[in-house]
Design a protein around this ligand. Structure first.
Ligand code: NAD
Length: 427
């Protein structure tokens, strides 16, 4: 992460710009500019060596005017309150844009699960729930997985919640394992959602997806499934990059014939780190992490963290790139946006592009409420319908008002939440 970068300042800056475009009045503007509620707490965990380590946890609820706060929990050694604030804010816009009845929240713990045993991680998950138990729940705030958290973490958290609540509350958390209240299709939902948007964008650009090339940053949940869909649709990904937890740097893995998703997944750990030795032995070039952005491809798909396409790196993007699909949250900084706009690169903004995850989480809640679970095809068809509708609404507005795609997405989302505030009499 670049020194001095503050994701929440970025989220507020994006909001201010759109509040101006929409002419939002003072009260509602101030209300939507800030999280409505924040929890910061400590989580003591007895480690395997007998010592007690104290971790810092967060849950930040940005807005619940359209429904319960909704958003993932991130485990990361560089987690900050401002990152969680930004991610919570983006969740509000995301849910509003795809028009599901949920608000925005986000959680986090400053930790490195790669260096913790499963028992220590379980204690951490249970400790997080104990600290926020009274302030979260199916009708108030519903967590989910994010970076370095998975279905097992969600189940430990659900179990702790249900022990405290004294009953079954599968709607408390989403991203649960299949058979334990999880929805088929949830694992691949975010990555596939990214690609449903890419498919629609390519259609609007009057191009054919088959034969197009791409470069991916990140090789975790989002990127793996996006890459699989893209390859199955006839696209060719020239490289993926990921973080190497041993060397503490990122590498880019490139293959001139196109990377093989199944092979790469088979040599990737649960944190999205590719085994460098095995990749090299299989003929992959191992390049510095930042090389992914310089590749002469049609599509860039950032699926790692914030602040990856910024004022410096945007200049490295090859002339061939015509489309950027933001799988990650906040990968592009506001100072890079004008350059992309000027170059005519079609940007699918993050809070639409990666909304497949929360949309499927919403389906998971619906299924839990009915206690009846759909087939995978039904889940993915419904997901495709929601993503396609939201994409087209945004793209139509961008065309008709001649505004940048990110601004169009923000205009729809912020207007919906502002309208909810006015209707409820809160602003
Ligand atoms: P993950 O933990 O499964 O994977 C993250 C990947 O990014 C890993 O491969 C990691 O090695 C890589 N990475 C980290 N730092 C890097 C760097 N500097 N350079 C290159 N690679 C780097 O996480 P995920 O769930 O795939 O989430 C990725 C992004 O998508 C995040 O921004 C997250 O907030 C967002 N997102 C995730 C979901 C979801 O359902 N998982 C939904 C919406 C948005």
């Amino acid at each position: 992460m670049k020194e001095g970068f503050n994701a929440f300042e970025m989220a507020q800056g994006q909001f201010d710009r759109v509040a101006d475009l929409l002419g939002l009045e003072g009260g509602v503007r101030e209300l939507l500019r800030w999280p409505m509620r924040e929890f910061h707490f400590t989580i003591p965990v007895r480690m395997d060596d007998g010592s007690v380590k104290v971790f810092r946890g967060f849950r930040i609820q940005h807005n619940d005017l359209r429904g319960p706060a909704k958003g993932g929990i991130r485990f990361h050694p560089q987690e900050t309150a401002d990152t969680v604030r930004a991610l919570a804010t983006w969740m509000t816009w995301k849910c509003a844009l795809v028009d599901i009845p949920l608000g925005g929240g986000k959680g986090g713990i400053i930790c490195d699960p790669r260096r913790m045993s499963p028992r220590e991680q379980e204690q951490l998950c249970r400790g997080w729930v104990r600290q926020v138990f009274k302030n979260v729940g199916p009708v108030s705030d519903v967590p989910a997985p994010d970076v370095m958290t998975n279905a097992q973490h969600m189940l430990w958290m659900l179990d702790e919640y249900e022990v405290l609540a004294g009953g079954h509350y599968p709607g408390f958390i989403t991203g649960k394992p299949i058979g334990m209240g999880g929805s088929l299709g949830r694992t691949e939902a975010t990555g596939f959602g990214v690609m449903f948007c890419v498919r629609e964008a390519v259609r609007r650009l009057n191009r054919q997806l088959k034969g197009m090339t791409a470069a991916f940053q990140g090789f975790g949940n989002v990127a793996q499934h996006a890459l699989r869909w893209f390859t199955a649709a006839g696209g060719k990904a020239l490289c993926v990059s990921c973080w190497d937890g041993h060397d503490n740097i990122a590498y880019t893995y490139r293959h001139a014939d196109g990377v093989d998703p199944d092979f790469l997944v088979s040599i990737t750990d649960s944190y999205g780190a590719i085994d460098r030795g095995k990749a090299a032995a299989a003929g992959y070039e191992v390049l510095p992490g930042e090389e992914w952005i310089k590749q002469p491809v049609d599509i860039l798909v950032p699926c790692a963290l914030e602040n990856q396409i910024n004022a410096d790196t945007v200049r490295e993007i090859a002339g061939s790139v015509s489309l950027i699909a933001e799988g990650a949250n906040g990968p592009t900084t506001p100072d890079a946006d004008p350059v992309l706009q000027q170059r005519g690169i079609y940007v699918i903004p993050d809070f639409l592009c990666n909304a497949g995850g929360v949309t499927c989480s919403y389906f998971e809640q619906v299924q839990a409420a009915m206690n009846f679970y759909w087939e995978r095809d039904e889940v993915l068809q419904r997901l495709d319908a929601v993503m396609t509708r939201a994409f087209n609404a945004m793209a139509d507005l961008a065309d008709s008002r001649r505004v940048y795609m990110r601004d169009a997405a923000y205009m729809i989302a912020v207007d919906r939440v502002a309208q909810a505030a006015r209707l409820r009499g809160r602003a």
